[in-house]
Design a protein around this ligand. Sequence first.
Ligand code: SAM
Length: 266
Amino acid sequence: ERIWTHQDPDYLPPEIDTSKPSIARVYDAFLGGKDNFAVDRAIAMEGMKHFPDGGGGARNNRAMLFRGVKFMTEQGIDQFLDVGSGLPTMDNTHSVAQRINPDARVVYVDNDPIVLAHARALLQTNDKTRVITADMREPEAIFHHPKVEGFLDFSRPIGLLLVAVVHHLGDDERPAELVDTYKARLAPGSYLQLTHFCSCAPEVRALEGVLLSMLGTGRARDLEEITRFFDGLELVEPGVVHLPEWRPEEPVERPLDLAGICIAGG
Ligand code: SAM
């Protein structure tokens, strides 16, 4: 099997189509990463015409992801299911969790094969972290995936991450019911970390328009709708908020700017 590594920069696995944009690569372009192609950058550039600090929004999201993983690990969570994990970048769920608990196990799930290609190279020497290609809309296939079953113990608490991924589902795909299916599979004491593109300013609506028309996905929902994804769970303080307000480790500059309000979560 040929593995795509950074030592072999020209090799592209055949399943990677560089003529069509990919959510993971567009997000990487917003983050200022290098794992994207012209077709992805065109969308990020168009989006930034309407929302110049789209990169700031993505970075706030990554920062909150890490604060959440750190928090969950400190609460004793030692296994994570990170669905819609995206391309590995500067820091990642497993590195944050394993810095605190080297035995923490992480499964990354993404439906974009480019994530598997990159993560496999990154994780060759990490036997506590796995990556699978699967669709979040098929949770049973994820729970029973041969690389998940026996690796994550669903009879014990799990940290489930649905970070910046549920906004890629249309209302017709019944996202709340899907999130409920995941919640129902988790043992008591588990955590859900979920963030979502938040429709709180005209500029966010404009960015949403670009994403929907050029990428075909990326819906903003309001704070109330996002909060409802947590129905039936006890909310960790301060609840579902714009991301810089979620347990900040540094002083927060208020009022929040657009990059601060464009994504909410808990
Ligand atoms: N969770 C990471 C973060 O917040 O930094 C990455 C977020 S990125 C905006 C969304 C990711 O979800 C992409 O990598 C995309 O490929 C993945 N994704 C979108 N729809 C998906 C689906 N139906 N099943 C699995 N992954 C999906």
